[in-house]
Every structure is written in C-alpha cells, then in structure tokens.
Design a protein around this ligand. Sequence first.
Ligand code: GLC
Length: 574
Amino acid sequence: MNGRARARHADAGPDDRSEGEPWWREAVVYEVYVKSFADGDGDGLGDLDGATARLDHLVSLGVDALWLTPCFPSPDRDGGYDVADYFRVADVYGGDPALERLIEAAHSRGIRILLDLVPNHCSTEHAWFRAALREPPGGTHRRRFLFRDGRGPNGDEPPNNWRSTFGGPAWTRVREADGTQGQWYLHLFDPGQADFDWRNPEVPAYFERVLRHWFGRGVDGFRVDVAHGLLKAPGLPDYDPELDLATPMTNQPDVHDVYRAWRALADGYLPGRELAFVAEAWAPTAADAAAYVRAGELHQAFYFDLVMRPWDAAQVRGSVQTGLEALGTVREEVLGENGELAWTLENHDVFRSVTRYGLLERTGPVPSEPHAAAVRPRGVADVELGRARARAAALFLLALPGPVYLYQGEELGLPEVLDLPDDRRQDPIARRGDGSDLGRDGCRVPLPWSADAPTFGFSPPDAHAEPWLPQPASFAALAADAQSDDPRSTLTLYRQALALRRERIVGAPRTVEWLDVAVRDDVVAYRRGDLVMATNFGAEPFVLPPSWGAVLLRSDGAEGRVLAGSSAVWLEAP
Ligand code: GLC
C-alpha cells in the first residue's frame, strides 16, 4: 500500500493490515509447469535451467513466488506426480545443480520458490513400493501402503468399491513374489501411484525428512498435492454417493494433525525464513477448505470453487462471498497464525479460463464425472469473448484480500488447446477414461515465447527434439514477445495489474464491501480500501457512477466511463 493510502487507513480497526505481514498473505504466486515452461537443453521438455533463463519474464510480470510442479525422478505416468525419489531433482530437469541455480537466481530477484510435495502417493517405482512387492503380506514396507486382501472366494474382487479419480477401480492386484495372485493396493489416482498409509508413523516421519531436506536447500515452501487425501476413513468402508454425506477417501478430520505438525516444523525451522505451504485440498464446502488454514495449520489453501463457476455475476459474486465468509469463521481476531484461501482461475488440471469463460454452448460428450464436467466442460467456445472475460476475471480476483495463484500462460491469454491429436495425449485421464473427458494436456502445451522462432522459442533453435506436446499455429500471435510492447495485450494488462496491486492493494483493509449496482444484476462491484473493482458480466455497456472514483485500469484497455460487457475496471475511490 502506498504511504498516502496507508495513512488514510491507519485507524481502520482490528481488520486492518499492519506492516510486517508475512510475504505469503497477499502474494501473487505463479505456477511453473516445468515440463512446458521453457526447454533449456533442447530435448523438447521444459527444465529448470530453461526456467532460470526466463526469470526476467516473471520479474517484469511482478510475481512474488513460483510454484514448480514436480521435478523429481519419476516414470511420468502422471506428469511427475508419481514420484520415485523425493530427495533428488531428476536429471531430465537438470538435477540438483539446476535447482540450486534457479533458487539462487530467483532469490536474487526477490522471488521465492515453492516445490510440489506429493505426500498422498508415490510411484510404484519408489524403493519402498518395490520392496513391498518382494515382501509377504504384512511386511514392513507393505504396511507403509494400503495393501489389503481382495473380497470374494478367491480374493479376486477389490477390497472395496472405491473408484480411481482417473477412472476404473482404485485398487490393483499384485502378483506375489512366488508368482501367485496376491493382495491389492490402493491408488486414488493411476495404478502407477500407490497411496501411502498415513496411519503408519513411518510415513509422516519420512515426509518430515523430505521437508527438512528441501528447506535445507533454500526452498521457501511447498504446494501440497492432494492435501485432502492423506488419511482415509478407518476400515476403508465402501462408499455410496447416494447415502453417504462425505466420502471416506478424503477430508478426514485427522488429516489436520499432519498439517499442524508441518506448520510447527516450518515455523520453527529457522527464524525469518517464512516458509509456507499451500494445500491443494478439494473440499466439499468452503468451510471444509478453510479448515486447512485454521490458526496453526497451513498458510494457504486453494479456493477452487471459483474454477467451477461459469461466467455469471451471481455465481462469481456468491462464490467469492462464500469463500470470504468461510475464512471469516476460522479467522481469529488477530491475523497471527491464520492462513489464507488462495484465489485462482487456472492450474494444470483444469481448462484454461479463456476457454471455460468463452463456452457458448455445451456440446459433445459430457464428462461422466461431475467434477470434470465443471472444470473441463466440452462445447463450443468463443476464444475472443472468453479472453475478454478472463481478463476481467483477473481484475476481479487480484483486488481481493489474500494470495492469488496464476498459471503459466494465463498472463498470455492462452486458450485450451482442444484439438491435440489423440495419439499425442499423455494424460492418464485421457488414456484411461471413456473419451468423454479430454483430460489435461490442452492446458499443458509448451509456452510460446517468440512469435517467429521455431517452437515459438520454447526450445533453443538447435533443439534435437520436438516439444513434448505440439503447439498450435495460433500461439504465434500470443507469444510473450508479440505481447510485450503492445499496450492492449493480456501480458501488459497483467503487468499493470500486478504493479498496481503491489502499490495500492496489498496491505489494504481486508473488508470487501459489495456496492449497490441498482438495476443491473449482471454488474458486480466491490470496494476494498481505496479501490473499487467493477465487472460487467453482461453484454450491455454500464456507465460507471462518478462516486466510484477515477479509473485506474481497465481490462479492455478502453478509455472513458462506459464499461463494456465482459470487462472489468479498477477505480480509485474518492
Ligand atoms: C493433483 C495434481 C494432479 C495430479 C493429482 C495426483 O490433483 O494437481 O495433476 O494428477 O494430484 O497426484
């Protein structure tokens, strides 16, 4: 917050933000999907030296921290979320030295680095799982996973009825060392991802070692993968979605004990480090999501509800309000150890917002999972309209209290790539499913940096391999260098928004006051501190009332006080 604004709010009450808040409270964090960000060595896969070489893009964008998706040794059955060794950076991403170089270069520019911790499951190539397969049932290593005998006369039916998130049963039967059909192991995701048994104390002890290992190497925190899934209901009961209020697979009360221990570890690690965790916790209600950031638990948890909402004034406003209220119920008077819900529109698991918001009609197969139907809706999209809306949505989010996560390419306004050839798709969702869900490859296509370079500058010009996913020709116009000097580009808008946020919004009072917009139920406006944000979700232009103050930034780059449809504005309130 600038000095003038701060002085104005010096006595704004207990809700007011004081100097010295930890960095993560209102940080903008940028997700680097390492494989697709920048390829330094020309093998067609992004890597950490590639990311280091592109740091200036992130500096000029104005982000506070990077979240790097998993870059550990992995058979890559699920984009590296099948970790075979938690203590090493894979050679294909440059090994440990490349991470050291990236951390040093980022820190010297004031950017923090979060790694991706995958504690719910490991690769079936992990040494523990391999040892478990060599052991008889009940062995030390088996007890670190969820091995169970099958049901039915020959044990040839899975131990319960749980389904994998990626389709099919959540259990796979193993062949025992003597060649007979044996026990089953649980995998909430791909069969190559075996779930740990977090009720075995050896598992939490192991992950504390993992955390200390990376904290010791200068990492500033972690995004926690499937944070809601570590503990399963005791006894692993069958699940009946019609009858059961909650799933026995996730959001168990005792998962929070894990995070209280991690918070204590992070806070006690070394004074001044301000280590932070963000939970990827898909929770049934906003209150359940907020439970992960109660005092003494994690620093941040994603607020995913918005990702599932269409472009609709009431739904977006309602979702934000619900998130704020949920946070309010877990927040103690003094901010202290309370965490934050992190606002986000995109990540590597959902369709890009340009395409989601541009959806004109739903056509084609409806993904059979309701979750997939919301985050990866099939249909016809108007990309230009979607981009205008996504730009507006960014302004909507970036003025709210709390951290915001951006996904690489969001700042370029990239659309989802929907027409990848089937034989190039890598995502297990696309490979295992019934075809109704296109999966997540379309948001993971390698980034375009230079309009005129081969591979749009993703790989060096002398690369010896093609990018791991093909880039569409339409990426040329969206390349970072094509947008950099264009005052109306999406990249310019994000740079301006992040600069203004840093200058005027971060540290402002947290209260979000919804403003009265009279007869227009398709326009939503709120005031936070000195800033008014207004978004026109409709098609009809809206004249901004003089009482809302002077225009600071508009998502459509236009002039004047008429807010066109599908656009948003920030104003400086008088
Ligand atoms: C998380 C990741 C996703 C991965 C899954 C299993 O949801 O974001 O990409 O497939 O966990 O690890």
